[in-house]
Ligand binder design. Sequence first.
Ligand code: ADP
Ligand code: NA
Length: 332
Amino acid sequence: GFTPRVFSGIQPSGRLTLGNYLGALKRFADAQDRGVQSIYCMVDLHAITVWQDPAALRNATRELAAGFIASGIDPEKSILFNQSQVPEHAQLAWVFNCVARLGWMNRMTQFKDKAGKNAEKASLGLYAYPALMAADILIYHATHVPVGEDQKQHVELTRDIAAKFNHDYKTDFFPMPEPVIEGAATRVMSLRDGSKKMSKSDPSDASRINMTDDADTIAAKIRKAKTDPDALPSESKGLEGRAEARNLVNIYAALSDSSVDAVLQEFGGQQFSAFKPKLSELAVARLSPISTEMARLMEHTDEIDAILTRGATRAREIATPVLRNTYEIIGM
Ligand code: ADP
Ligand code: NA
């Protein structure tokens, strides 16, 4: 058996949202005391599969790292680093490019979504992205991969690559990593459209709360968030078919480490006009210490860079022997 080990990567592109916080960063911080080794990566090599302005990329990478640290992920307990600082990711990805089949890559729905109609103009990197993601995970022999629903297919491809490698080379060298999908309770939806995930890549800034938004901005976005004219129900079945209402209740529950039922017990029967200010107050109380710490770190980028460099050294202690063994197995 393989020792349980968690790997997760986030792209440094755009601002971190409340969705990233509740669906990823907060969960990672909460999981940290369970003692499973966790490796968190700023996946800058993935980000450049579409054009990134160099200065913006550098800034977004540091801001993402600041988001991890400010959310309570302890860089001593977990390994926090930047993908491009650990060359073994790209090296193992090449091996996996030779293991993965074209037919497998052709089935990846995210490529189709991201490349759009004009796939001929997409970068080769965007197409090969899932093989790099497989390398990100397997270079650490990670067993558990927290991801959004949209990345589940890529973790399945990772398993296919591991299985084919193990089969072709008659080895059991790579583990079969499990996706750990965020639950409905931690999936944060757009404030403008309850059927869409809140995302840093949504063109509408009003659709999301950014982790760096100030108190007034957060309050204004919540005030304008789409709801329906009905009061909050006192039981969760009263949220059926009310995606926007449910989303705001979910957010309240997640931010207060409570449950939807408990929130409805407290607010059932009240109008959203009364609930929204309470939600704003809670969101500001939870996010403002984090955004303050992010801003402080962004004024001391040397501190961030030192943490990432130290994280890369620790990551390489695991990645170097895995790559060496892989090459050995292949006959190199
Ligand atoms: P984005 O969609 O904002 O570009 P990513 O795809 O880079 O975010 O996701 C990074 C991490 O944040 C993943 O673990 C993903 O599951 C989580 N995440 C992103 N958006 C949300 C959301 N709206 N609700 C819950 N988790 C989210
Ligand atoms: Na995404």
